[in-house]
Design a protein around this ligand. Structure first.
Ligand SMILES: Cc1ncc(COP(=O)(O)O)c(C=O)c1O
Length: 391
């Protein structure tokens, strides 16, 4: 294992401080490293592996598509792309879908769509975007431009002009920034990387109202909090509010690189020639999306998220009440976090040594993002390791 890690350090661009583990395979909610050590997964590859590892029906769908057609381009229709688009539109309450290769690319598309909508409406001056402090929308230049953490932005300027940052859950701060040049507001229903900050009901509804009143496009980035994580297909469905445009990725492909942005008909301003992607939504990845969406229904994944999510909430609430170092407990469903009064990197490293994979969100938050098939017994196992480590 150490030889491989040394080689990785030599040849991979050093953009991550990786943990010293080489994973080889997975089964259910368990991962195995190349030495055969077993780990319980509360990380799911940053919220991607919704169905865990080795899901038979999902793998069958991928294998079957591999044998038929991997790629053909968006100049033609394919059965998986059309079926996946229909299922995604129905699950999200959107009318039209564009498949991308990642979450960041979905955000790029959503920004272009909002600008084009204003342009088509004859309001070319409307190019500004309101985003939020502590948001995260990805690493491409447009996505970094709307990401509210200075360290992700500063070295890469000049970024998109006209992006302003409001305070999350403070509608007054949004009112202060909005003007006749605003074309979009972009927010996450639950901020993931920013520390598991959940939108208040009133705040979310106020954003909707503001966008309606001023004909501003409401873009909801559901890349991390969507696709079942909160117990609804998309997190905004907990709020009784529908955005104009959503972005999605991670869990929709369960591991193959696929994302999407989707919009209501009124906002479908991108026309032939305006946008594209060679790979985006190719038959292989959309066969994955189609299969994941079917499995969600057949295996009642959302019900499991609600049941296991409530149980995880109780258990983490106990920890919050018991340990002085835990300052806050946040989130919902299978997207929760504990804010500590110290950095959490060592805690996560120690849990890993003990066979539980966790993840941070910022410096001081332990983030819990297990596969959506996690059971109460797995939660008990994780909690007992977490308690040992915290002690
Ligand atoms: C809310 C949100 N948006 C966008 C992204 C970017 O997605 P990707 O890493 O697939 O480009 C992420 C990634 O963590 C995310 O959490």
């Amino acid at each position: 294992m150490n030889n491989l890690i040394d080689k990785g350090e030599q040849y991979l661009l050093h953009t991550y401080n990786r943990f010293p583990v080489v994973f080889e395979k997975g089964e259910g909610v368990r991962l195995y490293d190349i030495c055969g050590k077993e780990y319980l997964d509360f990380f799911s590859g940053i919220g991607v592996n919704a169905l865990g590892y080795g899901h038979k029906k999902y793998l069958y769908a991928l294998h079957a598509q591999l044998d038929k057609l991997i790629h053909i381009s968006n100049y033609f229709y394919t059965v998986p792309a059309v079926n996946a688009a229909e299922k995604f539109a129905k699950a999200s309450g959107m009318d039209r879908v564009f498949f991308t290769n990642s979450g960041a690319e979905a955000v790029e598309g959503a920004i272009k769509l909002a600008r084009k909508y204003a342009y088509e409406a004859g309001k070319k001056e409307r190019t500004e975007i309101i985003a939020f402090n502590h948001s995260f929308h990805g690493r491409s230049i447009g996505a970094v431009s709307v990401t509210g953490t200075d360290s992700y932005r500063e070295p890469f300027g000049p970024l998109l002009p006209g992006v302003k940052f409001a305070v999350y859950n403070d509608i007054q701060s949004v009112y202060e920034l909005v003007n006749d040049r605003t074309c979009a507001v972009i927010l996450e229903t639950i901020q993931g990387e920013g520390g598991i900050n959940t939108a208040d009901r009133e705040f979310f509804a106020d954003i909707r109202k503001l966008c309606d009143d001023k004909d501003i496009v409401m873009i909801d980035d559901e890349v991390q909090c969507g696709m079942g994580r909160t117990g609804k297909m998309f997190a905004y469905q907990n709020y009784g509010v529908t955005p104009d445009v959503i972005t999605s990725a991670k869990g929709i492909g369960n591991g193959v690189p696929v994302g999407a942005f989707a919009c209501r008909e009124k906002y479908a301003a991108l026309k032939p020639g305006d946008h594209g992607s060679t790979y985006g939504g190719n038959p292989l990845v959309t066969a994955a999306v189609d299969s994941v969406l079917s499995i969600f229904e057949e295996e009642k994944i959302l019900e499991n998220v609600r049941e296991s999510g409530d149980y995880l909430y109780e258990k983490l609430e106990d920890i919050f009440n018991e340990y002085d170092c835990v300052k806050e407990h946040r989130g919902m469903g299978l997207m929760q976090g504990l804010l500590l009064d110290c950095g959490v990197k060592d805690i996560i490293g120690k849990a890993l040594d003990k066979g539980v994979v966790l993840i941070s969100a910022g410096e001081k938050v332990i983030r819990f993002l297990p596969p959506l098939i996690i059971k109460k017994t797995d939660i008990d196992e994780m909690i007992s390791v977490l308690m040992e480590v915290l002690a």
